[in-house]
Design a protein around this ligand. Structure first.
Ligand SMILES: *Cc1c(COP(=O)(O)O)cnc(C)c1O
Length: 461
C-alpha cells in the first residue's frame, strides 16, 4: 500500500514514511491509494477474533513495510494498556448501543490511536537510528493521550503546551503527573490559541524544525485514523452477533477524525447503514451537510470542549473523495476558503454528501438534559461529548435498528459538567482519584515565544 496527498504534490510513499511525514509536505493530507475491500465471507471469519487480532487484520491491509511479527507485537502492546478485556466494549442501554472507547489510560478515545502511534514512532525511529522531538498544543485530551503514548519511549521527547488553569483538573493532572525524563509539560499563562500560535511559529521556522527533528501529534496522522477504523468493525461484529437489524453509527464530531474512520470502514465494505455526524453549537459540518453552507463562524465554548472546533482538519480527506479524487479541485476549495471563508459545492456533490452522512447539531441545554434523562432511565452516566451523539441517535435513527453511539470519553473526565447536569457528585474511578496523590512536574511560562524556545533548547534530548 502506498500513500498520496489530497493536494497531489508528492509521489506515492510507503506506510512508515507516511507516519513520519504526518502532514503531507505539499500541505495536504495523506491517504492510501485505495481502500482494500473486505468480503462478507472474510468479515464473518473475523467474528471469533479478539480486539488485537481484529486490529491486526484491519491494519495489516494498509501496512506492507513492517513485518507481520513486528506489527502484531506493536498492536498487542498498544491495547494491553487498556483496562477492559474487550478494549472497546459495547453495552446496550435504553435501546441504543454505547461503544465505550474510554478504557485507555487517559479515559478518552484518543488513547486508541495514540498508544498505537507512540509504539509506531518508537519502532520506526529505532530502525532508522533517528530521534524525534514532538511539540504540540492542547486544550486537554490530545495532549494527555499523546504524553501517555510516548512516555518513556526511546528516541522521542515530547513538549506539550496547555493554557494554565483552562483545562479540566483531571486533564491537567493526567499530563503533569507524568514525570518521565522525556516528557515536558508547559503551562502557558494565556489561552489555547496562544499555545497553538506559538507551536505554529516554531514549526514555521524551517531551520529550527530541521535542526531539532520536530514532529507533530495532531489528528491528521493517517495512523491515527487507521487505528480508529478497527473499532467500527469490532462494534459491527458484536451487534450482528445478536441481530440482523441495520447498523447505524452516531459520532460526536470535532476534527472529523473519528467519523472519517467510520467512512473508511464503510468504503472497505463494512455494511454500515447511516453515519450520523453529531456536532455541538460549533456546527459548520452540520450546516454543510444539511444546507450546503460551509462558512466559517467563530468558535464558541461549550460543555463538550473537545468538539469546539471550526476548521475540522480531517475534513480535507473526505473532500478529496467527494471531488472525485481530483487534487486540483481540493486546492481550489481551500483557496476559496482562505479568500472568502467558505467552500462551495455543486448540487451533484451535495447529493453525494447526503448519501454518505446525515447530521444534526445538539445544543448545550439538550446535551445536559440527555445526561440527566439517560441517567434517570438507565443509571448510566454519559460524558457530555457522548451525550451529543446519543441525543442525535435517539432523535434521528429508527428505534428498530441497531444504533451504535460512540462514547468518546469517560464521564469522570468531565465530571464538572456531569455533576452540573445531575445536581449531585458522581463517583470517580481509581485511575482518577490516584492522580491527586501523585508528584507532578510542569513549567509555567509566559505566552512568549522566546521563553518557549529557550525552554525547549535547554531541555531537548
Ligand atoms: C477529540 C474528541 C472528540 C472529537 O473527535 P474528532 O476525531 O476530533 O472528531 C470528541 N469527544 C472527545 C471526548 C474528544 O476528546
Amino acid at each position: 500500500m502506498r500513500y498520496i496527498s489530497t493536494r497531489g504534490g508528492i509521489s506515492p510513499i510507503n506506510f512508515k514514511d507516511a507516519v513520519m511525514m504526518g502532514l503531507a509536505s505539499d500541505g495536504g493530507l495523506l491517504l492510501p491509494q485505495f481502500y482494500p475491500s473486505i468480503s462478507r465471507e472474510q468479515l464473518e471469519s473475523w467474528r471469533t477474533l479478539n480486539y488485537s487480532e481484529l486490529a491486526f487484520e484491519v491494519i495489516s491491509r494498509y501496512v506492507e513495510d513492517i513485518s507481520p511479527r513486528d506489527l502484531k507485537a506493536l498492536i498487542n502492546r498498544s491495547y494491553a494498556t487498556f483496562t477492559h478485556a474487550e478494549v472497546t466494549p459495547l453495552v446496550k442501554k435504553n435501546g441504543v448501543y454505547i461503544l465505550e472507547l474510554f478504557h485507555g489510560v487517559t479515559l478518552a478515545f484518543k488513547d486508541v490511536a495514540l498508544q498505537f502511534l507512540g509504539n509506531l514512532f518508537e519502532h520506526i525511529l529505532a530502525e532508522r537510528h533517528q530521534s524525534l522531538n514532538i511539540i504540540g498544543a492542547t486544550s486537554g485530551d490530545t495532549g494527555s493521550a499523546a504524553i501517555h503514548g510516548v512516555r518513556g519511549k526511546k528516541g522521542i521527547s515530547i513538549f506539550i503546551l496547555h493554557p494554565l488553569g483552562k483545562t479540566s483538573a483531571v486533564q491537567a493532572l493526567q499530563m503533569t503527573s507524568v514525570t518521565d525524563a522525556n516528557v515536558h509539560n508547559i503551562a502557558v499563562r494565556g489561552t489555547f490559541d496562544d499555545c497553538q500560535d506559538m507551536v505554529k511559529e516554531l514549526f514555521g521556522d524551517l531551520d529550527f524544525k530541521e535542526k531539532y527533528s520536530l514532529g507533530a501529534v495532531n489528528s491528521i496522522n493517517w495512523a491515527r485514523v487507521l487505528a480508529q477504523v478497527v473499532y467500527y468493525f469490532y462494534a459491527w461484529l458484536r451487534v450482528t452477533d445478536e441481530t440482523d437489524a441495520p447498523v447505524h453509527f452516531s459520532v460526536p464530531t470535532g476534527n472529523f477524525g473519528d467519523i472519517f474512520a467510520g467512512y473508511v470502514a464503510k468504503r472497505m465494505g463494512l455494511p454500515i447503514d447511516t453515519l450520523l455526524l453529531a456536532t455541538n453549537e460549533n456546527n459548520i459540518l452540520t450546516r454543510f451537510i444539511n444546507a450546503a453552507d460551509y462558512s466559517l463562524g467563530k468558535v464558541v465554548s461549550t460543555v463538550s470542549p473537545s468538539m469546539d472546533i471550526q476548521i475540522a482538519s480531517n475534513f480535507e480527506r473526505y473532500l478529496f473523495h467527494l471531488f472525485a479524487e481530483n487534487p486540483e479541485r481540493v486546492r481550489e476549495a481551500f483557496a476559496e476558503l482562505k479568500e472568502h471563508g467558505r467552500i462551495s459545492c455543486s448540487a451533484n456533490e451535495m447529493a453525494h454528501v447526503r448519501n454518505d452522512f446525515c447530521s444534526v447539531s445538539v445544543n448545550q441545554a439538550d446535551t445536559l438534559q440527555t445526561i440527566r434523562e439517560f441517567h434517570a432511565e438507565t443509571a448510566y452516566l454519559l460524558d457530555p461529548h457522548t451525550a451529543v451523539g446519543v441525543k442525535a441517535a435517539l432523535d434521528l435513527l429508527p428505534p428498530d435498528s441497531s444504533r451504535i453511539c460512540l462514547a468518546t470519553a469517560h464521564p469522570a473526565k468531565f465530571s464538572e459538567t456531569v455533576e452540573q447536569s445531575l445536581g449531585f457528585a458522581v463517583p470517580a474511578p481509581a485511575s482518577v482519584t490516584e492522580l491527586y496523590g501523585k508528584p507532578t512536574r510542569c513549567e509555567i511560562l509566559d505566552a512568549d515565544i522566546e521563553k518557549i524556545r529557550e525552554f525547549f533548547v535547554t531541555h531537548v534530548g
